[in-house]
Design a protein around this ligand. Structure first.
Ligand code: IMP
Length: 188
C-alpha cells in the first residue's frame, strides 16, 4: 500500500516511515502545501493541509501536524510550536521555564489522511517533562529538551527506533496504519 506524506520535514518522514513499514505501508514524501491555515487547533490545520495536498497530488495523502504543550505555561506553545521554535527556540523555552518546578509537558500529533472518500484523523500523545538543559543532538525541534515518561533520556539522545517507542507521531501513524490495513480503502 502506498500513501503520500506531504511534509518538508525529513525527520518526520524518517520517523513515520519506520513505523509504516511494520504495516507494509509505503510512505512517499512529497512537498507540503505552502499555505498553512492559521488556527489554534492542530486538527483544523492538519485537515486543511491534507485537503490541499490531495488536490495537488490527486492521490491518497497524509499530513501531520504536531505541537508541544507545557502544563505550567497553560499549554504554550501548543499550536504555535513551529513559530516559537523559529523565534525563541529551545533556549528561549528553557528561559521561560527557569525556576519553574512543574516541568510536565506533552506532545500531540494529528495525522490527517485525505482520500477519495473524505478525510480521516488520527491522534497520538506522549507525556513527559521539560529537561533542565538541552541534551543530545539527534532528531529535530524541541527534541533536546523533552524527556518522555518512562525514560531518562531526551528525544534528542535517542535513535529513531527508540523515539518511536514513545513518540506522539509514532502513535498517530500506528493508528493510521492499523485503520488503513484493517478498514481503509482496499484499492490503494
Ligand atoms: P509542525 O507544525 O508539525 O511541523 O510542528 C511544530 C513544531 O513542533 C516543530 O517546529 C517542532 O519545533 C515541534 N515538534 C513537533 N514534533 C516534534 C518532535 O517530534 N520533536 C521535537 N519537536 C517537535
Amino acid at each position: 500500500m502506498r500513501v503520500y506524506f506531504a511534509t518538508s520535514n525529513v525527520h518526520k518522514v524518517e520517523e513515520a516511515k519506520h513505523v509504516a513499514r511494520e504495516y507494509g505501508v509505503e510512505l512517499i514524501p512529497t512537498q507540503a502545501p505552502k499555505i498553512e491555515l492559521q488556527s489554534d487547533n492542530l486538527r483544523d490545520v492538519a485537515v486543511y493541509a491534507a485537503v490541499l495536498a490531495y488536490q495537488h497530488v490527486k492521490a491518497p495523502v497524509i499530513v501531520e501536524d504536531a505541537g508541544l504543550f507545557i502544563i505550567a505555561l497553560k499549554g504554550f506553545p501548543g499550536p504555535y510550536s513551529s513559530y516559537v521554535y523559529k523565534t525563541i527556540g529551545v533556549n528561549g523555552l528553557l528561559k521561560l521555564m527557569e525556576g519553574v518546578e512543574d516541568r510536565r509537558a506533552y506532545f500531540l500529533s494529528v495525522v490527517a489522511f485525505a482520500y477519495s472518500e473524505g478525510v480521516k484523523v488520527f491522534y497520538g500523545r506522549v507525556d513527559g517533562e521539560i529537561a533542565r538543559e538541552a541534551r543530545g543532538s539527534k532528531g529535530f525541534g524541541f527534541d533536546p529538551i523533552f524527556i518522555p515518561k518512562g525514560s531518562t533520556k531526551t528525544f534528542a539522545e535517542m535513535d529513531v527506533e527508540e523515539k518511536n517507542r514513545y513518540s506522539h507521531r509514532a502513535q498517530a501513524i500506528r493508528r493510521f496504519c492499523e485503520w488503513l490495513v484493517n478498514e481503509g480503502p482496499s484499492h490503494l
